[in-house]
Design a binder for this molecule. Structure first.
Ligand code: GLN
Length: 448
């Protein structure tokens, strides 16, 4: 499997550009060792995996897609998720491209390369986990890990025709995930099938004393939930998720999926998430505010590159940050710093927090009466490389259907539900109650 993975990378990664760093020598020797001592108890024995480059890997370069960390070759420890995968004997093939510090929706904000959509390389793979989704879609690895703050697992999964799960906030440890917006970030698996996804989430979930926000909630067997039975399941379809902004071909694919659910004996009804129209505005204030604080650690002292232009300490901070960060990251730091500054805090940050609560209440109410919420993952199929890169606001609006789920903290999955006229994949989003990934998987699996 590991040989096949590197063969495939050699064959296609020049065009797809999913990987930033490969760990070939180590991975091959690890594969040999595993070969010599097969372990039937290991739940992911010898499965080649790719890891998003904001998840730290001991001794393996971790750049977050940023020039600031281009020399961060030797992280001292593994993220908890990586330890958990290692314990089940996966093989880490390499690190995957992403928008710088996970800020973006197309992977064009990577300071290294723009990953391409394997279905059509003129198109973006989505983002920020574009490398994670593209590597699975292109058959370079059997699964990957991504991170999702406002849609960064689900939207690229949708664009690349693969399965991507953003678990409940707190389900998976964030220890070793380079923080973007700590109250929203979650790590999750990207796979070909729902079954594979459930298998990987089972392994990486669970309470971790290294992450005080990880929840002490039992992890059930998700694979046991894949019964194929959704008879009597109650599905809510928010009308805001099928409004004008959503492309007709995306709506059609979602309506077809709902027909499949009807045939399987589930029932669906239209509902409303009245505050979802404020989600993008609230998210960009909150995520940028948290980012402005989290990214303060990149000062040229402890991590990454230090500018050699500086004559004194303040100069060193300024030059290192000016040279190290790209435009989008600077834009977010400025926005976040402004929103948190005294005099503006109540008007922006605090207001956005209140809106967040309203959005969470919308979901809580609906998920009281229904098992899952279903809609599209993204308003359109993958757009063209370069199409939105000069227009941050249009790029931000692309996240309108995924962001509410992060604000509410609930789990959401994207599963393929058809193709556009141009032959690009379309994704169906299934959202569930907090810590009820099992029902989300059951719904996704029955449809798949
Ligand atoms: N596209 C969104 C942003 O740029 C979400 C990113 C993410 O989920 N990491 O912030």
């Amino acid at each position: 499997l590991v040989d096949a993975s590197y063969d495939r990378i050699r064959e296609v990664d020049d065009q797809v550009k999913a990987f930033l760093t490969l760990d070939e020598e180590h991975a091959r020797s690890q594969a040999k060792q595993l070969d010599a001592a097969p372990d039937a108890d290991a739940r992911l024995f010898a499965i080649p995996a790719g890891i998003k480059d904001n998840i730290v890997t001991k001794g393996l370069r971790t750049t977050c897609g940023s020039q600031f960390l281009k020399n961060f070759d030797d992280p001292l420890y593994n993220a908890t998720v990586v330890e958990k995968l290692n314990a089940e004997k996966t093989v880490t093939v390499g690190k995957l491209n992403m928008d710088e510090f996970a800020m973006g929706s197309s992977t064009e904000n990577s300071s290294y390369a723009s990953t391409r959509n394997p279905w059509n390389t003129d198109h973006v793979p989505g983002g920020s986990s574009g490398g994670s989704a593209a590597s699975v879609a292109a058959g370079e690895v059997l699964f990957s890990l991504g991170s999702d703050t406002g849609g960064s697992i689900r939207q690229p999964a949708s664009f690349c025709g693969v399965v991507g799960m953003k678990p409940t906030y707190g389900r998976v440890s964030r220890s070793g995930l380079v923080a973007f917006a700590s109250s929203l970030d979650q790590i999750g698996p990207i796979t070909h099938s729902v079954g594979d996804n459930a298998r990987v989430l089972e392994v990486i979930s669970g309470h971790d004393k290294m992450d005080s926000t990880s929840a002490n909630v039992d992890v059930p067997s998700y694979t046991d939930k894949l019964t194929g039975d959704v008879k009597g399941m109650k599905i809510a379809v928010p009308k805001e998720y099928l409004s004008e902004g959503v492309a007709p071909e995306v709506k059609e694919a979602v309506m077809n999926a709902l027909k499949v659910y009807e045939l399987l004996g589930a029932e669906w009804e239209e509902v409303s998430l009245p505050h979802s129209k404020y989600a993008v505005s609230a998210y960009y204030l909150l995520a940028s505010s948290e980012a402005s604080a989290n990214l303060a650690r990149f000062d040229g002292v402890r991590y990454g590159v230090r500018s050699d232009k500086a004559n004194n300490m303040m100069d060193m901070f300024t030059h290192s940050r000016s040279e190290g960060f790209g435009d989008e990251v600077k834009r977010r730091i400025m926005l976040g710093t402004f929103a948190l500054s005294s005099g503006y805090y109540d008007a922006y940050y605090k207001k956005a927090q209140k809106v967040r609560t309203l959005i969470k209440n919308d979901f809580d109410q609906i998920l009281n009466d229904y098992d899952v919420v279903i809609g599209p993952t993204a308003p359109t199929p993958a757009f063209k490389v370069g199409e939105k890169v000069d227009d941050p606001l249009t790029m931000y609006a692309n996240d309108i259907l995924t962001i509410p789920v992060n604000l509410a903290g609930v789990p959401g999955i994207s599963v393929p539900c058809g193709f556009s006229e141009k032959g690009l994949p379309i994704g169906l989003q299934i959202i569930g109650n907090a810590f009820d990934e099992g029902t989300v998987y059951r719904a996704a699996h029955a449809y798949e």
